[in-house]
Write a protein that binds this ligand. Sequence first.
Ligand SMILES: [Zn+2]
Length: 274
Amino acid sequence: MPEWPDLHVVRGRLEKALVGKEIVLVRIGDPLVLRSTRPVETFLAHQRFIGVRQRGKFLIFDLDHGRIVVNPMLAGVFELASAEDKLSRSTALSLVLDDGTDLRYRDDKRMGKVHVLGEGEGFADVHGFAELGPDAGDFSWNEREFAQRSRATRRELRNLLQDQSFLAGIGNAYADEILWEAKLHPKRRVATLSDEEMSRFYRSLKDVIARGAREVEEGLPPELGTKIRDHMQVRLRKGKPCPRCGTPIIKTRHGLDDMYLCPRCQPPPKGQIR
Ligand SMILES: [Zn+2]
């Protein structure tokens, strides 16, 4: 799933590639991902991109007469191709621009949503948008305010990190990385954190997201189309030694999700085995 650092970098790349360009051809590969009350081909044709913004796990493409809002969900990825490149079977939408660039959105799982909105149409129909908290990589709370807001929720740490109405943009991968960095078990409750642990939680969140954005910027190829995960310390590293203490990383279930942690650095809350 693309998370805040991924989309932060993709946003910057797409802004450079798209702004000022005109859409000359619209190709729809999978109408299922489109959400629109109008014929998308005719509506988008000859519109120009005027900006690209990010809110959490959403990208917003502002056009001169409307906008496109994309939530890639689990598997959606953006690609910058050339109009002549072969379309892949999972390309859901292709927008060819007047300079020959082709912006493609591909979604193997078909769970993402591409909303095409007219001028003056708000975000009311975009599921989950109105509830978004501040962006995980760009929020202004200092440590004290963060601690107050966290404690007010009384939640488990991993659930809190993934709650898009608390902070927008963190999913499974960065939640695991942040909690490993902070040496905190995902099922610890916010209320049980000491001041020192809360401070670690805050600093780890800031550091891991900022570092993630730098790593993705370095690793993401010009054509985009992939997720950069090589820099991760625990995510997808089951059985590999913890980079801090050498204990093998474990993979366990968290609701419907997989989570990865170091059983030594991140001891479980009292009364739980792991
Ligand atoms: Zn460890």
